[in-house]
Design a protein. Structure first.
Length: 565
């Protein structure tokens, strides 16, 4: 086992380093990422993916991908495939170590028989509601089941018949015999198996009893030889139960370590609630670009590098906290600023006719692809008599501090010329439909030879060569930083942002984007970062706004530095 070159940067690495020094697990480091295939992964899972695979890499160890598929009523092959795709997209490889808890169903069953024979488990006839009633509360002990003292022989017989399918769903369970007065409710004779006549996505109808998650999870870790079982904090109270199962069975025992999950403002981190959003038509599927699912972020245009950078920046802690969405947006801007090609796109077009420019003439101007990376070179953009500019870049009666185009005012067109507005054309309703401008031929390239200055530079697109496109402007899905904070009697869906999506269908893009393919990312100058959506067609490309150019996080950090100083 290779020790890390640098000092550990978090408490988990400290613990693992100590285990290596003491020779625990023969110096091995073997982790796993164990999702349940009952929904798509979200950005909270990204932290666990980065942590488990990252630790394995840092210590030259191994990391498994394992699906804890113990509930066939909620699990689907679709979810398995999406999880595989997400983990690979995040940049990690499990090589040949992809497993399923269902691989171990027979072994789990034999272990359960072993616990029954040892008097540590029994078949119980209480209903689910009765089990909850008998469990007690945080301040009051539980009450023992009437079936707790069944003989070993009777429980073995009933358990075997449960497996054979003799009993209906919910009629019996297998429970561990531990301590109904324990201060930890998880230790109050938890259910190990329930009867469920449901087809499993891998085992079909072979089984009609299925292990509970708590029982299957720790045994799967044991079977796979996991050294460090890294879990989120909500599993801290489950650790004594995992230890109890492994100790009673006297089998290999991994070390469980808990860490704080990733919570992000303006989002939820619940597969159950995601299903409500999808089934309720509040979003257009699991990969809707407004969703915090990894597939949604990928479709919107986020990069795996940006998400990994977020996980690295927030670090690993023992206390839950909420990460500001602005930090995630900062990470994607930081990444795309280095790699996204700059282009010009007019989202809400206003027609401009340059009345002193020769009719039928088109010239090509030089434009920079990315000032952060000279190696990305230059491109040609066509310029002609008729152009489009952003409607918001013109005011007929401009207020103070508005320096863009107005009647009689001169501005610069990016990479092109200075223009001056000389006339405004309106329709019968008084709506501005067209601007007439003049240009100064001496200012080609955007500079004036006589040294005169203008206060605004506008982006534009030549009308004759413009690419028609649809652009989808996404905002936060929820209005409140904490979507759970809603009026009494309402649920989280009450706080959905009704303006989380604005669709623009008359956008004009420079011709360089005619052949853009799904997944390609660009910076629309002065507007934001955009990605070609999977809905794009040969007739009309569709672009998703990834993030605006406004950097809220940078302002937050600046304010914090000023406060500290």
């Amino acid at each position: 086992m290779t020790m890390p070159d640098s000092a550990p940067s978090n408490f988990i690495q400290d613990l693992i380093t100590e285990d290596i020094k003491t020779g625990k697990y023969e110096g091995r480091v073997h982790t796993r990422f164990p999702p349940e295939p009952n929904g798509y992964l979200h950005i909270g899972h990204a932290k666990s993916i980065c942590l488990n695979f990252g630790i394995a890499k840092k210590f030259t160890g191994l990391c498994n991908l394992r699906f804890d598929d113990t509930n066939p009523t909620k699990e689907e092959v679709e979810y398995v495939e999406s999880i595989r795709e997400d983990v690979r997209w995040m940049g990690f490889d499990w090589e040949d170590r992809m497993y399923f808890a269902s691989d171990y169903f027979e072994q789990m069953y034999q272990y359960a028989v072993q616990l029954i024979k040892a008097g540590k488990a029994y078949v119980c006839d209480l209903t689910a509601d009765e089990i909850r009633q008998y469990r007690g509360t945080l301040t009051a002990p539980g009450k023992e089941s009437l079936y707790r003292n069944r003989s070993v022989e009777e429980s073995l017989n009933l358990f075997e018949r449960m497996r054979a399918g003799e009993f209906p769903d919910g009629s019996r369970t297998l429970r561990a015999r531990i301590d109904m007065s324990s201060g930890n409710i998880n230790m109050r004779d938890p259910v190990m198996y329930r009867i469920l006549h449901a087809e499993h996505h891998r085992t079909g109808t072979k089984w009609c009893i299925y292990p509970m998650y708590d029982y299957a999870h720790c045994i799967s870790d044991s079977i796979e030889g996991i050294t460090h079982s890294i879990c989120t904090l909500e599993f801290e109270d489950h650790r004594p139960l995992y230890d109890w199962f492994l100790d009673q069975l006297d089998i290999y025992h991994p070390r469980q370590i808990e860490f704080a999950r990733l919570n992000l403002s303006y989002t939820i981190m619940s597969k159950r609630k995601f299903i409500q959003l999808v089934d309720g038509g509040h979003v257009r599927g699991w990969d809707d670009p407004r969703m915090p699912t990894i597939s949604g972020l990928r479709r919107r245009g986020y990069t795996p590098e940006a998400i990994r950078n977020l996980c690295e920046r927030i670090g690993v802690a023992k206390r839950d906290s909420v990460v500001d969405m602005a930090l995630l947006e900062y990470c994607i801007r930081e990444d795309l600023n280095k790699k996204a090609r700059r282009v010009m796109a007019v989202l809400k077009p206003l027609k401009v006719v340059i009345i002193n420019y020769p009719e039928g003439t088109t010239e090509e101007l030089d434009a920079i692809n990315n000032p952060e990376d000279p190696g990305m070179g230059m491109r040609k953009v066509p310029f002609s008599r008729v152009l489009y500019i952003e409607r918001e870049d013109f005011r007929e009666a401009p207020p103070k501090q508005f320096f863009r185009l107005a009647p009689g005012r001169e501005v610069r067109l990016r990479y092109a010329y200075y223009i001056t507005c000389v006339n405004v054309v309106k329709d019968t309703d008084g709506e501005i439909t067209e601007l007439h401008c003049t240009y100064d031929p001496a200012t080609r390239g955007g500079d004036s030879p006589d040294g005169r200055k203008v206060k605004a530079t506008l982006h534009w697109v030549s009308a004759a060569q413009a690419v028609e496109a649809e652009v989808r402007l996404y905002d936060y899905l929820f209005l409140n930083p904490d979507p759970e904070e809603v009026e009494e009697g309402k649920d989280f869906r009450f706080g959905i942002n009704p303006n989380s999506l604005e669709t623009l269908t008359t956008c004009k893009l420079e011709p360089a984007l005619a052949d853009a393919t799904p997944g390609e990312r660009y910076q629309f100058e002065r507007t934001g970062y955009f990605c070609v959506d999977t809905d794009s067609s040969m007739e009309k490309p569709v672009f998703n706004r990834i993030v605006t150019l406004k950097d809220t996080w940078a302002k937050i950090e600046k304010g914090r530095k000023e406060e500290r100083s």
